[in-house]
Ligand binder design. Structure first.
Ligand code: NAD
Ligand code: MLT
Length: 538
C-alpha cells in the first residue's frame, strides 16, 4: 500500500480516513534536515499544513513522492514550480476554511473599531476606562476588499450585511462576475484606495502581490483609515505599515498573518497600541480544521488509489466524474505522443493538436498534457502529465491545440501534426465504440490500426503478393502478426501498412523487409499493452 507522510498536525479524522483506506502512515511533525528529506523520499504522498516548507532543495531528489497535498489554501510554503518540474502533483483544499477566515476578518474588524483586546486587558488590570475605548461604528463606512476570490467574497457579503459600503478590486474578476456579487468594483487599486475607510486584503502571496500595499498605497488611503490582513504576511509591507501607524496617518491595523511567523520578539508591530494581532488563526476553528483534514485525506487517497485529480494547483482542475470520462482520451493522447515521438525524425519544434467532435467538449488541456507526456517520454526520463507541458515549454516545444465541433468521419478524433526540423509527421486516433483506441490516420493515409504493443509500420507500393512476402518473413522468424491494416489512396498506388506483432521483430527479419525494393520507411514503434494506463495515472 502507498505510504503517506503527514508532515504537520492533521485532525484525527483525516488520519483515520487514511488508515481506513489502508495507507501506511508516517505522521511526524516538525522534522527538519535529513530526517525531513528521508521521510519525503520514502513516501508516495505528503500532506502539509503551513508549518513545513517544501523547498526546491528538498524536491531535488523526491524519491517516490508523487503528490503533495496542502491541507489549507495557501501553497506559498511549497515550491510549486520545483514540484511541477519533478512531475509531482500539488493539490490544496481551497474552500474548507473560507468561511472561518472570513469570520476571523469580521471578528478583527469589530475588535479593531471597538478596542476589544485593549479594553479586556485594561479591565483585567483592575481599570474601568469607558472614555478611553470609545469606538467607531461600522455601518455606513466604506471598506475596500482587495482580492474577490472565495474569502474576499465572503467578507464582502458579510460587510454588506453590516450596512457597510463595499468596493472591491480584483484584476481577474469579469464584469459579469462583479455584477453577480452585487457590489461595486473598480478597475485599479489606485481607484480603490482613496475611498476606503477600511481596507482588507484577500489575495494569495505571489511575486506580484508581495508589498502590494506599500508606503505609496498606504499614503493614498484617507487619513484615519484602518487596514486588515487575514491573507498572507507581506501583502501589506510591514515596515511601511508601522511607519504609517506611527505617523498617525492610519488609525489602526488588524493582522492575522506576518512575514515571519511567529514574528521576532522585537518586531515593532508588537509595540504599537493601535494594532490587533492574532497568531494566524483564520482557519483555526474546529469546523475548518476538520474540513481541510478530511478533504486533504480524501484528495491524496483518490489520487494515489484511483488517479483522480481533485483541486490541483499545477494541473488543469478537473472533477471526479470528468476524470473518469477522460481516462480513455488521456490514454489515447499519450499513445499518440509515444507513437509520434518514435516515428518523427529530428528535433521536435511544435505539436499542433486538433480536437474534433465529442472530444472538443472535454478538458482538452489535460489531454494535451497527456500527449506531451507521451511525446517526451520517448526522450526524457520521469515525464508525466503534471510536468510534461512545463518540460516541453522549457525545451522550446510548442504544444498548440484547437477544437472543432465538426465530426468528419468519426464522432470524436484527436489529430496531431508534429513539426520537427526535418518535416511534419501526422497521426490521428479515435475511440471506437467509445472504448477501443484506434489509429485512424498516419500522414495522408486513412487506416484502422490497434494502438498497442509492438507495431511495425512501412510505406510500400500496393502490389499483389507484397503482404504475403511480409507474412512469410515473420513466419520464418516465428513472429506472430496479431493484426494488420493497410491505408492507401488508390489501388496499386502508394500505401502504408501497420502490423501489430506479438513480439519485437529480430533485426534479421527487419533487414529482409527493408530489402524489398517496393518497401520504404520501415519503423518499429513500441506502445504499452492494450488497457495499460500510464504509470502516472494511478
Ligand atoms: P482565492 O484564490 O479564492 O482568491 C484570491 C483572489 O485574489 C483571486 O480572485 C485573485 O484574482 C485575486 N488576486 C490575485 N492577485 C491580485 C491582485 N494583484 N490584486 C487584487 N486581487 C488579486 O483565495 P482565497 O481562498 O480567497 O484565499 C485568499 C488568501 O487567504 C490566500 O492568501 C490564502 O492563503 C489566505 N488564507 C489565510 C487564512 C488564514 O488562516 N489567515 C486561511 C485561509 C486562506
Ligand atoms: C491557509 O492557507 O489555508 C491558511 O493560512 C490556514 C493554514 O495555515 O492552514
Amino acid at each position: 500500500m502507498p505510504r503517506i507522510f503527514v508532515a504537520d498536525k492533521l485532525e484525527a479524522q483525516g488520519l483515520q480516513l487514511l488508515q481506513q483506506a489502508g495507507f501506511e502512515i508516517d505522521a511526524r511533525e516538525k522534522l527538519t534536515g535529513a530526517a525531513l528529506v528521508e521521510a519525503l523520499q520514502a513516501a508516495d504522498g505528503v500532506i502539509v499544513r503551513s508549518a513545513t516548507r517544501i523547498t526546491a532543495e528538498l524536491l531535488q531528489n523526491p524519491g517516490k513522492c508523487r503528490v503533495i497535498v496542502r491541507a489549507g489554501v495557501g501553497v506559498d510554503n511549497i515550491d510549486v514550480d520545483a514540484a511541477t518540474r519533478r512531475g509531482i502533483l500539488v493539490m490544496n483544499t481551497p474552500s474548507g476554511n473560507t468561511v472561518s477566515t472570513a469570520e476571523q476578518t469580521i471578528a478583527l474588524l469589530f475588535a479593531l473599531v471597538r478596542h476589544t483586546a485593549a479594553a479586556d486587558a485594561s479591565m483585567r488590570a483592575g481599570k474601568w476606562e469607558r472614555n478611553k475605548f470609545v469606538g467607531t461604528q461600522l455601518a455606513g463606512k466604506t471598506i475596500g476588499v482587495v482580492g474577490l476570490g472565495r474569502i474576499g467574497r465572503e467578507v464582502a457579503r458579510r460587510c454588506a450585511g453590516l450596512d457597510m459600503k463595499v468596493v472591491g478590486y480584483d484584476p481577474v474578476l469579469s464584469a459579469a462576475g462583479a455584477a453577480n456579487l452585487g457590489i461595486e468594483t473598480v478597475g485599479s487599486l489606485n481607484d480603490l484606495l482613496p475611498r476606503c475607510q477600511f481596507l482588507t486584503v484577500h489575495t494569495p502571496l505571489t511575486d506580484e502581490t508581495r508589498d502590494l500595499i506599500g508606503a505609496e498605497q498606504l499614503a493614498r488611503l484617507p487619513k484615519g483609515a484602518r487596514v486588515l490582513n487575514c491573507a498572507r504576511g507581506g501583502i501589506i509591507n510591514e515596515l511601511a505599515l508601522v511607519e504609517s501607524l506611527r505617523s498617525g496617518h492610519l488609525a489602526g491595523a488588524a493582522l492575522d498573518v506576518f512575514v515571519e511567523e511567529p514574528p521576532p520578539a522585537d518586531h515593532p508591530l508588537l509595540k504599537l497600541s493601535n494594532v490587533v494581532l492574532t497568531p494566524h488563526l483564520g482557519a483555526s476553528t474546529t469546523e475548518a480544521q476538520l474540513s481541510v483534514a478530511t478533504e486533504a485525506a480524501q484528495l491524496i487517497s483518490d489520487y494515489l488509489l484511483r488517479g483522480v485529480v481533485g483541486f490541483a494547483v499545477n494541473m488543469p482542475p478537473i472533477d471526479r466524474a470528468e476524470m473518469e470520462e477522460l481516462r480513455l482520451y488521456v490514454d489515447l493522447a499519450r499513445r499518440l505522443g509515444l507513437l509520434l515521438g518514435q516515428l518523427a525524425q529530428g528535433t521536435i519544434q511544435k505539436a499542433e493538436i486538433e480536437y474534433r467532435g465529442e472530444v472538443a467538449r472535454k478538458s482538452t488541456r489535460l489531454i494535451s498534457a497527456a500527449f506531451a507526456a507521451g511525446l517526451l517520454e520517448t526522450r526524457i526520463e520521469q515525464v508525466n502529465i503534471v510536468n510534461a507541458p512545463k518540460l516541453a515549454e522549457e525545451r522550446g516545444v510548442e504544444i498548440i491545440s484547437s477544437t472543432s465541433s465538426r465530426k468528419g468521419d468519426f464522432s470524436t478524433m484527436v489529430k496531431v501534426d508534429l513539426h520537427t526540423d526535418r518535416g511534419v509527421t501526422s497521426a490521428a486516433g479515435t475511440l471506437f465504440g467509445n472504448q477501443y483506441l484506434r489509429l485512424v490516420q498516419l500522414g495522408d493515409y486513412h487506416l484502422d490500426a490497434y494502438m498497442d504493443g509492438v507495431m511495425l509500420l512501412f510505406h510500400h507500393r500496393d502490389l499483389p503478393g507484397l503482404i504475403g512476402y511480409i507474412g512469410t518473413i515473420f513466419g520464418k522468424h516465428a513472429v506472430n502478426i496479431a493484426q494488420m491494416t493497410v491505408g492507401r489512396q488508390q489501388p496499386g498506388g502508394e500505401a502504408i501498412a501497420v502490423l501489430n506483432l506479438d513480439s519485437p521483430p529480430p533485426d534479421a527479419a527487419l533487414a529482409e523487409v527493408r530489402a524489398h525494393d517496393k518497401i520504404s520507411q520501415v519503423s518499429v514503434v513500441k506502445l504499452p499493452p492494450a488497457g495499460q494506463m500510464p504509470p502516472w495515472f494511478g
